[in-house]
Design a protein around this ligand. Structure first.
Ligand code: C2E
Ligand code: MG
Ligand code: MG
Ligand code: MG
Length: 283
């Protein structure tokens, strides 16, 4: 019996590995197709100035809806694309869509657009730099309206090429943000070594913060440290009024999260932007 159970367990394991492999294979092909059919679209989550309660920018987040499988999370397809190399084409899509939209939106109100970059995209620094230049030129978006989000993992295993690229982008006027701050392995010394403008506190720190004293201390310390280094702070995953109040009290500059808005399709974001425009004063 024991043997039998053991074998069944083994079979079960084997089957689920098989299913995983098949799904990966299936997704791989579907993602390739989605890219060719222009089925990858960017959504936009507004970023607010916490103190004034005004939109200052948006984070562009990739969305893929498959006819058969429905919405597939970027948490699933981005890692897949990093493995099969499609990440470079996805990166190009993100840059071109987000820059085009943001360029249009400047006439509604001045705002920044943040784009996420995976460390894998930095394996070909020249390619990445020319994709960005191309995105800016084609859209006419001023470089200082673009904000690039990278994670700590990039800094952990960086090369001289990466440092050169980050500095080159900074020289163009592009802003640099460290995303998911506090979840990586990196040493804090990189905050001084790299030219970052902003850091984004990972939302895992906010989730239960109203009941979690150590996390409150951590968030407050991160904000204080960033201030001391002249780095602005964004909080992600702001879900409640409590979160907002806490962040404001502790000097956090910007926030994004479900309390304000979920990521929105471009047309819906645009309507929100119109509504939140500062009314022109009438003389
Ligand atoms: P991220 O860059 O840290 O993006 C923030 C994630 O938190 C987004 O998930 C967003 O929808 C979610 N979020 C924002 N506010 C809240 C909130 O109040 N509550 C909760 N529960 N979630 C919130 P999303 O869109 O699923 O993206 C997941 C990750 O996928 C991103 O994390 C980013 O690492 C990656 N990703 C998304 N789009 C791109 C892209 O265009 N390029 C690359 N390289 N990576 C991307
Ligand atoms: Mg991000
Ligand atoms: Mg993040
Ligand atoms: Mg995050």
């Amino acid at each position: 019996w024991v043997k039998q159970d053991g074998r069944n367990a083994y079979r079960f394991y084997e089957t689920s590995m098989m299913t995983d492999a098949l799904r990966t294979l299936d997704l791989d092909g579907r993602l390739r197709q989605a890219i060719n059919n222009d089925d990858i679209v960017m959504y936009y989550q507004p970023i607010f100035d916490l103190a004034t309660n005004r939109i200052v920018g948006a984070e562009a987040l990739m969305r893929w809806h498959d006819d058969k499988l429905g919405f597939i999370s970027p948490e699933e397809f981005i890692p897949l694309a990093e493995k099969n190399g499609l990440i470079h084409r996805l990166g190009e899509i993100a840059i071109s869509q987000a820059c085009q939209q943001a360029a249009r939106w400047q006439s509604i109100m001045p705002m920044k657009i943040s784009i996420n970059f995976s460390s894998v995209q930095f394996r070909y620094c020249d390619k990445l730099f020319s994709q960005l230049k191309q995105g800016l030129i084609a859209s006419g978006l001023p470089a200082n309206r673009l904000d690039i989000e990278v994670t700590e993992s990039l800094l952990f295993s960086h090369t001289q090429e990466v440092v050169t690229l980050l500095n080159a982008l900074r020289d163009e006027g592009v802003e640099l943000t460290i995303d998911d701050f506090g979840t990586g392995y990196s040493a804090l010394s990189y905050l001084q070594k790299f030219p970052f403008d902003k850091l984004k506190i990972d939302r895992s720190f906010l989730i239960d913060i109203d009941q979690n004293e150590p996390n409150r201390e951590l968030v407050s310390a991160i904000i204080a440290m960033a201030k001391a280094l002249n780095i602005q702070v964004v909080a992600e995953g702001v879900e409640t009024k409590w979160h907002t109040d806490f962040l404001i009290q502790n000097g956090c500059d910007y926030g994004q999260g479900y309390y304000y808005s979920k990521p929105l399709p471009a047309d819906v974001f645009e309507r929100l932007l119109y509504k939140s425009r500062v009314p022109q004063s009438v003389a």
